[in-house]
Ligand binder design. Structure first.
Ligand code: SF4
Length: 689
């Protein structure tokens, strides 16, 4: 029996893997683990089916030429090919012509090793990861407002004690079911749950109040709530004066967000806006939690800042059972960026353009600070540069299925095809791997050790429960072997996760995300350790900001943010809103979950949710084949009629590729600060197929 964690989302539910006769592993929930407390969703229960799946890649694949097919090859042949392609690109186009695209599912050790590999072995600035598409806006807002970015600055255990909670753009009842026990306890304690979402989701169904706002109007809603709170005397003036800066500029902006105006912008009745403001303002303790609905917009950072403004003005931050938090999506979306996978960051949440931060990391790595590259391109900007002059010509992709998960996916596929060389590491032949020149088969979650950082900032440990099959390697083995071939082997002396973690601890020491006091032994003994943890005698930090915020003056900052429309609004040609998201029985691009029979039975095919009144206007019946079209492309799926969605909005899950890919439709308009694409709102046309 091996205690470990689910391979999917950021709740990182604790589970045991038990071995049956014949070597098959089965999943048992861990009642003793403090986050899921014995709960698992259907994805977790079936996760072990991935390990012995017949589609599993067991040997490297190499394409002889662009027109030929992928064929099995030895590791030596595959790695020689990758090395030659990197060196050829560097020699012809320079160091910046090689790029890396990582994943939010990689362990901290792998994310750290990959970031170091980019900067030390490849010496390229161009590394980013699909976590940029997950919670970059919330991260940027957290840094601006609080001086530090940690998804939840408090443990889940604080949720039941909040007298009021505002949940914006998240549907954890479907995407993260075990977390609902905290919200259910909050309701049992008499707390109010307010859900803001264009859909009456399973989460909205259990809410005290559902604010069914129009896509892309979150910021106006937040400013409207703050307007009411200010007008009705619900603000905490003492907190504003003693623990924050910048209130005056926000006060001037929210003055014009009176409820009738906000109703016209958002579609939320003014009576509901007033009621929500009073529920939050009159509660002794309150939280605002955002998820992808608010963050995945071209103004996602400002959306988040507006909800942070609300909590600061109400004095509901920096206290137990209070605050703003982000519900992270991907398994290691948090740790993945803390340790160097993001184009602008170095390990320990250091900044790559800060001389002191660069000097510290260069010292740990044993290189000259001047040899470290600067800030690289963000994820979508990196994809836009592929194959272009002065762009990336050779790309390594680890644990990411861009061909399905990136916005404007058809264009991204063209960009991937335009590369001189593409190497993809994955466990299955994903839609992205099918485009590669070299495919490297890698170990899965239960076949290697490593740490993850969950949505609370709790560092937890995944343990290997079985050996790797076939000729499968770990990502760290690949990085170490390539570094050796590229002449940088002395900087990558190991592929052992425990040894890499020891170096990560040194690199993170003194940084915002300080892991230096965290050890594998402590993680096991304490059911995870919260960062920052600057020494082995430090208890870890479950709650941030109790005494002060992380800015130099110890105060949180208000930010004056204005409502503006989405980058693309409905018009005569594309008269409706499209929004995208997840369903319970599938995960992200579906590379894993679309291969699990039990999950396919629950969520077998792509669909679009349409209000019956809207469907009638277009002569569409339930289950009809439909075509959705935007300025980026089209996608075909079945119509699912439901009165739970707004009449001006269509919802499509993004778990499928090919002609059903919802990301064929989405808009890559970027948030200027976080560089988050606008996955959550664009203009769409609907027709029967
Ligand atoms: Fe896995 Fe997330 Fe489901 Fe828990 S909630 S079992 S971590 S997918």
């Amino acid at each position: 029996m091996t205690p470990t964690h689910c391979p999917y989302c950021a709740l990182q539910c604790g589970m045991n893997l038990a071995e049956e006769a014949g070597g098959r592993l089965t999943v048992e929930a861990r009642p003793d683990f403090p986050t899921n407390k014995g709960g698992l969703c259907q994805k977790g229960w079936t996760a072990a089916d991935l390990l012995s799946h017949p589609d599993r890649l067991l040997t490297p694949l190499v394409r002889g030429s662009k027109d030929s097919t992928l064929r099995p090859a030895t590791w030596d042949a595959a790695l020689d090919r990758v090395t030659a392609a990197i060196q050829a690109s560097q020699a012809t186009y320079g160091l910046d012509s090689v790029g890396i695209f990582g994943g939010g599912g990689l362990t901290n050790e792998k994310a750290y090793w990959l970031g170091k590999f980019a900067r030390v072995a490849l010496r390229t600035p161009h590394i980013d990861y699909n976590g940029r598409f997950c919670m970059a806006s919330e991260a940027a807002a957290g840094l601006k407002a609080f001086g530090i970015d940690r998804g939840l600055p408090f443990p889940l255990e604080d949720i039941p004690g909040a007298e009021a909670i505002l949940l914006i753009g998240g549907n954890p009842a479907e995407t993260m079911p075990p977390i609902m026990q905290y919200f259910e306890r909050q309701r049992e304690n008499g707390g109010a749950l307010i859900v803001a979402d264009p859909r009456r989701t399973a989460t909205a169904e259990i809410a005290t109040l559902h604010l069914q706002l129009s896509p892309g109007t979150d910021l106006a809603l937040a400013n409207g709530l703050l307007h009411v709170a200010a007008a009705d005397g619900l603000l905490d003036q003492e907190f504003i004066a003693s623990r924050t800066t910048g209130w005056e500029s926000v006060r001037r902006i929210i003055a014009s967000f009176w409820p009738d105006r906000v109703e016209r912008i958002t579609g939320v009745p003014s009576t509901q806006i007033i009621k929500a403001a009073h529920l939050l303002g009159e509660a002794g303790t309150a939280m605002a939690l955002t998820a992808r609905g608010a963050g995945q917009q071209s103004k996602g950072t400002d959306n988040t800042l507006a909800f942070i403004n609300l909590m600061l003005a109400l004095g509901k931050a920096g206290k137990p059972h209070c605050g703003y938090g982000c519900i992270t999506g991907q398994g290691n979306g948090q740790g993945g960026r803390e340790h160097g996978q993001k184009a602008d960051q170095l390990p320990g949440y250091r900044k790559i353009d800060n001389p002191a931060h660069r000097a510290h990391i260069a010292g740990v790595w044993g290189v000259e600070e001047s040899t470290l590259p600067g800030v690289g391109r963000s994820a979508y900007e990196l994809l836009e540069s592929l194959g272009q002059e002065n762009g990336v010509r050779a790309l390594m992709v680890m644990a990411s299925n861009l061909a399905v998960s990136a916005p404007r996916a058809l264009h991204v596929q063209e960009q991937l095809r335009s590369l001189d060389f593409l190497c993809v590491s994955d466990i299955f032949l994903s839609e992205t791997a099918k485009l590669a020149d070299v495919v490297l088969p890698i170990a899965q979650w239960a076949e290697e050790d490593g740490t993850m950082t969950n949505l609370e900032g709790r560092v937890i440990r995944r343990q290997a429960a079985k050996s790797r099959p076939g000729e499968v390697w770990t990502d760290a083995m690949i990085v170490t072997a390539l570094a050796e071939r590229l002449g940088a082997g002395r900087y990558f002396p190991t592929a052992e996760p425990a040894q890499i973690f020891e170096e990560l601890r040194l690199a993170s020491a003194g940084g915002a995300a300080d892991y230096s006091g965290i050890t594998y032994e402590r993680i096991a003994a304490e059911n995870g350790v919260f960062w920052p943890c600057p020494s082995e005698t430090h208890p870890g930090t479950p709650r941030l900001f109790l005494d002060k915020f992380a800015h130099e003056d110890g105060r949180a900052k208000f930010h004056a943010v204005h409502h503006r429309t989405a980058a693309e609004e409905p018009d005569d040609d594309f008269p409706l809103y499209l929004t995208t998201g997840r369903v319970m029985a599938q995960y992200q691009s579906g590379t894993q979950t679309r291969r699990i029979d039990a999950l396919l039975k629950i969520a077998p095919e792509p669909f679009a949710e349409i209000h019956p009144a809207l469907a009638q206007r277009f002569g569409i019946a339930d289950n009809d084949a439909i075509v959705l079209t935007t300025r980026r492309g089209e996608a075909r799926m079945k119509a699912r009629l439901t009165p739970t969605i707004r009449q001006d909005t269509i919802f499509a899950p993004f778990h499928w590729g090919g002609e059903a890919c919802a990301n064929n439709l989405t808009n890559p308009a970027l948030d200027p600060t976080s560089k988050m694409p606008e996955f959550k709102v664009c203009a769409v046309r609907i027709e029967r197929a």
